[in-house]
Design a protein around this ligand. Sequence first.
Ligand code: KG4
Ligand code: ZN
Length: 352
Amino acid sequence: MLTNKIESQDISSPSKNSGITILAIESSCDETSASVCRDGAILSNYTANQTVHEKYGGVVPELASRAHMQNIVPVVDQALLSANCKLSNLDAIAFTQSPGLIGSLLVGAQFAKSLSLALNKPLIAVHHMQAHVLANLLDEPKPNFPFLCLTVSGGHTQIVVAHSATDLKVIGETIDDAAGEAFDKSAKILGLSYPGGPLIDKYAQAGNPHAFKFAEPQIDGLNFSFSGLKTSVLYFLQNEVKQNSRFIEENLVDICASIQSTIINILLKKVKKAALQTGITNICIAGGVSANSGLRKAFKEMGQKYKWNTFIPAFEYCTDNAAMIAITAYYKYLTGDFSDLSVSASAKAEWA
Ligand code: KG4
Ligand code: ZN
């Protein structure tokens, strides 16, 4: 078995500089990102977005892996440069191990493993969804533990209880599509390009959220379902377009506002239920969909109404980024949670 001889490294006395300096790499989907953090403070966070997928209406895995291969060296270089950090200053290398597109994950994983081996520094494997939750610890004010987090991304929708930075439990999740998929698939039906979430957000700002009604699922407990909404949008539009072929263009802003408000209602009803069930009043949102302006506003308003302490990451830390991998890795470093070189990227992984 391969090993990077972590046992022989002096991880208890980090650095020639003061503090623990970690380089983190994120490559789970279509963003290549690298970040340097020292003692939990982000020194740099540099992301290369892949525009190649726009014309295909979704991420093409093969193209994503190729773009990661092209981007990873310049992105890491840029992150180190902006942080004024040399490879020799690093105390650990972190990477997104799962979940995600396997070809994309492998690029970041292999790069991180190679660097760890070359520098003889510990390797830290990070779960992408846990990192989204901990993006809430990147800026002040930080939520106190325990906190609840609604994590809404392109592939996942979860409610998580964070007892500590290394003890996170999923208490609710989607049984089919994720909230981000509900945005993206609805946008696709409307003829908008990928990713459709930000476009629906943009058009919704000028629309009436009560203009059209879409079905809200009745799902027990703290779980979610979004596949019915997509079908409801599809049937509604097919029917309207039959009567008026210009229906979508004439009503785009109202359709977007109505879809968005349905998704927000579904999400926030479950957040309220989770808060009542757990008694936890420190509540966060995270993930790409938490960049949505309507969700951010409605969540803040709900927080004021129920006297919660609410937290939302800065925009750049909502969508995929390496800073959230770095902060998660920092807490793993403190507990000595390292991986050896046999660790493998995984498209799906248990919430460990
Ligand atoms: O967390 P993320 O960047 O990647 C995954 O881990 O999946 O989330 C991507 C998702 C996409 O579905 C995208 O449409 C959605 O986040 N998204 C938004 C907005 N910005 C990104 N959805 C609604 N409104 C936005 N402003
Ligand atoms: Zn993500």
